[in-house]
Design a protein around this ligand. Sequence first.
Ligand code: SF4
Length: 200
Amino acid sequence: MKTSVFDINQNSRIESKIVVALERISEVFRVLLWQESRINKLSPIQTQILIFLLFHSNEKCNISYLAKEFNMTKATISDSVKLLLDKNLIIKEYNTIDSRGFSISLTNSGKKIAQQSSSFAGIIEKPITNFTDNQKETLLVSLLELINKLNQEGIITVQRMCLTCKFYNKNKTTHHCNLLNKPLLNNELRVDCPEHRIAS
Ligand code: SF4
């Protein structure tokens, strides 16, 4: 039988403990998102779509992009979008060049719910504020490197962070953004950057 990170008799390896710790945190996200969604009589993915629309540019707000973003099929995203349209929380905006293509944007009531719901994970941020600057930077850089590796292996799809950006350069331990034309400190590395362009 293969070894498991969840086997409490075998998880003396630090890598296993880190994976189990991440799993516990992902469970907190799941529960908080579910609680927030229940308040608004929405499903978790519907809440995630509203929050995504609130913070991302129009060219990313379409069925194909949302399917990749949330690792779901286009059919599943289309069903959620239809329900959000029925609830008058979003509207379709048709592409002037191709009438079959459309993007989605929030209505006023959708925006209100998205703004309220977008703070659902704030409770996780609170204890991190007590970490030292060094601890925060080490944690951020380690998580970005982990996400980057998982992205390279095709396990995590869409990424808009510095490490996967064509404008990013690393010289030994120094990070640099060629678009902003300036070095980036560890705490300036972006996880979700509006200017991100995928590196070839
Ligand atoms: S454009 Fe954004 S994601 Fe790309 S390197 Fe600069 S700050 Fe990072």
